[in-house]
Design a protein around this ligand. Structure first.
Ligand code: SAH
Length: 244
């Protein structure tokens, strides 16, 4: 990362009330690994330093807004891709135990290697699909928090994520602009799988001002045994929602 990149990161993070100076060096190394790895695996379309800093690092850290992840929680990042938001969260919050899960083995291997290279002992890579892992003993109801970024519409996320939480656990979904229809369907889907929408917080991404929404769903009742449905079905026939 260039000195300009470092300044840019610190200024953008300051808009989220985060002082990243202690972690700036780690983010610099993460940026280098991401750029170097991007050509081997289809990790990210972003190449430019500022784009990666803003659209991956800072954007991931907006999941910390509202304090929903404050605590010594076990966190599942569902659909982590190249490690977002898992890696930035693990860097900034060493007290979190973060499981970085994705269906694509190559991406998960990159995340595991990167966590090792950066010395992040609080990241566990996990390959698999939410529909299957969400039925495994130890994984079902096995996490205090589920975070997601850019994975699916809210009704799909509810079905995929809620099985991983015990009653009292939270899904923290970072989304773009959220239309009333998606929220309505998401609220109904959440109720179907034992969840209740706790918060819907629209905000703007630092610097660019792009619309984002943090949606928080609390697990209030056990998820019925029939959820999640088998692989692919939550996406093909989303609960209360038109398929995309
Ligand atoms: N969260 C990352 C990646 C978003 S792309 C980021 O914000 O950059 C969506 C990712 O979700 C893909 O890598 C895809 O493999 C994964 N994914 C989608 N559905 C999934 C499922 N049912 N189980 C596990 N991973 C899933």
């Amino acid at each position: 990362m260039t000195p300009e990149g470092r300044r840019f990161l610190l200024n953008a993070a300051a808009e989220l009330d985060l002082d990243l100076s202690p972690q700036a060096e780690l983010f610099g190394r993460l940026l280098d690994l991401l750029v170097a790895g991007a050509d081997q695996v289809n990790l990210t379309s972003l190449r430019n330093e500022r784009d990666i800093i803003l659209k991956h690092f800072v954007d991931s850290l907006t999941c910390l807004r509202g304090g929903w992840l404050d605590g010594e929680w076990s966190v599942l990042d569902l659909g982590t891709g190249a490690g977002f938001p898992a890696l930035p969260l693990a860097i900034v919050r060493p007290e979190l135990r973060v499981t970085a899960m994705d269906a694509t083995r190559k991406k998960v291997e990159f995340v595991g290697r990167t966590a090792r290279d950066l010395g992040l002992a609080n990241v566990e890579p996990l390959t698999g699909r939410a529909e299957t892992l969400g039925r495994q003993p130890g994984r079902r109801e096995g996490y205090d928090r589920v975070v997601t970024r850019a994975v699916a519409a809210l009704p799909i996320l509810a079905e995929l994520a809620l099985p991983f939480l015990p009653v009292g656990g939270l899904l923290v979904a970072q989304k773009g602009a959220l239309g009333p229809e998606e929220l309505e369907a998401g609220t109904r889907a959440a109720a179907e799988v034992g969840g209740e929408v706790r918060a819907v917080e629209p905000f703007a991404l630092p610097v660019l001002g792009d619309a984002r929404t943090l949606v928080v769903v609390e697990k209030v009742a056990p998820t019925p045994e029939r959820y999640p449905r088998r692989e692919g079905v939550p996406n093909k026939q989303p609960l209360f929602w038109k398929a995309t």
